[in-house]
Design a protein around this ligand. Structure first.
Ligand SMILES: [Zn+2]
Length: 586
């Protein structure tokens, strides 16, 4: 007993020592970062080099990441934001300003108790207002500063800016007067006011939706690009009208088949009505039950508007079946077909979930492309859509067997599935992770290697080019998308996604590198991928190899390469889950 006690004591003393050492080294790391920041401030020569800024940003972020709950966390994150802001002042690249805004916001969001929260939010507001020309966004940050930190030293400034920007206040607070003025027309199709087809070519041709209790995605299909405006109306108890979100699209006309309201009734959204308030304009009204947030973004080819509506908090889905019964998607829909098969394709886990993995119950594996979209095609004719499907099936099997979690495939055969439906499935089934599988391609047939992406602004032209290819759009459209990306990323799990991407990339390179010649590590990258937009769980896109490279094309054909790829991803998911659990329990 005495011996055990003394061993315990030694262990305890050792642990205390290790902890102190850790704290001391963290302290040193923070001081080094600060010194480098000061050195950068006083050296115009260094300031011209982006790498100098990046180095300091990274040093601050590392201090934060090593102990996100620790005494230095808020200061380190705040300084990282300030450094990125400094980088913007030199580069004048809007992405840098956006990145600074995001980091400032995180100070308040991740460490709400910090006294730097109001400073950070006001700085984010100032950047949005003056530099980025986004007064509505700025208003929200000032508002957060004023409400979250009523006694903060920067709160007077927040209040002053709120007064100055009052006309940019979000609509829900502007209430009944507005509602009376812009009451949507009843959704009656007025054939006589519909202009001749040759005058207005764009037609609203379809309304689709996917829902669960906390999240609904609506997609409006149009036959061509069209301008739109969105407005929000408060409930009107006098007229017995619910909260409404409506979009005016035009010039456009309405497909007569869409004149009848679409009933949704999923707890968030009652129904969707489409009508023609005046010639050449289509109005789509979403009758809401309750709303937390909404996001609208256009996708191209074919043109469509995606509307994501979420409640205040997303309820946890305990089992898969009830959520699927709660809201069956429209018949004839590809998602419907996939989802209808879910219970059959989800055999009870062979093994009980190991305790270490209690955090991961359900993973969605997405086989890129499919059906009429072959994806990239290799020199000998191998199609990306076939590679991704084979790889997805192998990965699903392995995840179920090794980790004992449920796996949902977005497609289990050669069918076409629009990109927005893939994340809709993941959100709908309450997935804990979303993994989209692809094979890379480049005009240069010599290019090869492995890379893993997560959703963010692209950091370089190559990443933007890969995003453009996977999105099926032009590079210009990717740039346009980046303009609205900031807004869309508010709920996305950027940190977790980047961590998952890092685990996957490392496992792939390590494992495949041991077994195959010349495995090239192209690293973890970020880019604006449509397929990852709106995912509410950590989500990544894996480019497993270059199908355009003759040797890698041959590897993608081989079962052994695919199996090792799948095994590496399983290992990465396990490592991610372990690390994540540690972070959560800290
Ligand atoms: Zn692809």
């Amino acid at each position: 007993m005495k011996k055990i006690l003394s061993i315990f004591l030694v262990f305890f003393v050792l642990m205390t020592f290790v902890e102190r050492l850790h704290a001391a080294s963290l302290d040193t790391a923070y001081r080094t970062a600060r010194d480098n920041y000061s050195a950068l401030q006083s050296s115009p020569r260094k300031q011209k080099l982006r790498s100098e800024w990046d180095r300091v940003v990274l040093q601050f972020l590392q201090v934060y990441e090593r102990d996100p709950g620790g005494p230095l966390a808020a200061e380190a994150l705040f300084m990282a934001a300030k450094t990125v802001h400094g980088r913007y002042r030199v580069s004048r690249v809007a992405d840098d300003a956006w990145e600074a805004v995001m980091l400032f916001e995180r100070v308040s969001r991740d460490i709400p108790a910090s006294s730097l929260g109001d400073d950070a939010l006001v700085l984010a507001g100032d950047l949005l207002e003056t530099t980025l020309g986004a007064p509505e966004e700025a208003y929200l940050r000032y508002q957060q500063a004023a409400t979250r930190y009523p006694h903060g030293d920067m709160t007077p400034r927040a209040r002053q800016r709120l007064n100055a920007l009052v006309r940019y206040a979000p609509p829900p607070s502007s209430s009944v007067a507005v509602a009376a003025r812009v009451e949507p027309a009843p959704a009656v199709l007025n054939e006589s006011s519909d202009p001749p087809a040759d005058m207005v070519a764009t037609r609203l041709s379809g309304i689709r939706f996917w829902s669960n209790p906390g999240y609904t995605r609506v997609v409006l299909d149009l036959t061509a690009t069209s301008a739109y405006t969105a407005s929000f109306l408060n409930a009107d108890p006098v007229e017995n009208l619910p909260q409404r979100l409506y979009l005016d699209i035009g010039p456009a006309r309405l497909d007569p088949a869409l004149a009848a309201p679409t009933v949704v009734d999923d707890g968030l959204l009652r129904r969707i009505r489409a009508g023609v308030p005046e010639a050449g304009k289509v109005r789509v009204v979403l009758d809401l039950v309750s709303i937390g947030h909404y996001k609208i973004f256009p996708l191209n080819d074919p043109y469509r508007l995606v509307i994501d509506i979420s409640g205040d908090k997303i309820p946890e889905i305990k089992t898969l079946e009830p959520s699927l019964q709660a809201a069956a998607p429209p018949k004839g829909d590809e998602v419907a077909k996939v989802l209808e098969q879910l219970p059959a394709s989800l055999p009870p886990p062979a093994l009980p979930a190991p305790p270490i993995l209690t955090g991961l119950r359900r993973i969605v594996v997405d086989a890129g492309h499919g059906g009429k979209d072959p994806g990239a095609v290799g020199p000998s004719g191998l199609k990306e859509k076939d590679v991704t499907l084979a790889l997805a099936k192998t990965l699903a099997k392995s995840l179920r067997e090794v980790l004992g979690c449920e796996v949902v495939l977005t497609r289990d055969r050669d069918v076409f599935l629009p990109l927005e439906e893939r994340t809709a499935i993941a959100n709908k089934v309450g997935a804990d992770l979303f993994i989209s599988l692809h094979a890379n391609a480049a005009p240069n047939r010599q290019a090869y290697g492995i890379e893993t992406y997560y959703l963010n602004f692209s950091k370089n032209d190559k990443a933007a080019a890969v995003a453009a290819r996977e999105n099926g759009t032009s590079l210009k459209e990717v740039t346009d998308l980046e303009q609205i990306l900031f807004d869309l990323m508010a709920n996305s799990k950027i940190n977790e996604s980047s961590r998952l991407a890092a685990e996957i990339q490392k496992a792939l390179v390590d494992r495949l590198g041991e077994r195959f010649e010349d495995v090239r590590d192209l690293g973890v990258r970020q880019g604006p991928f449509y397929v990852l937009l709106g995912a509410t769980m950590p989500s990544v896109l894996v480019e497993a190899a270059f199908i355009s490279h003759p040797r890698e094309e041959q590897r993608l054909v081989s079962r052994s390469y695919r199996e090792h790829t799948a095994d590496a991803i399983v290992e990465a998911v396990r490592n991610y889950a372990r690390a994540h659990k540690l972070i959560v329990s800290r």
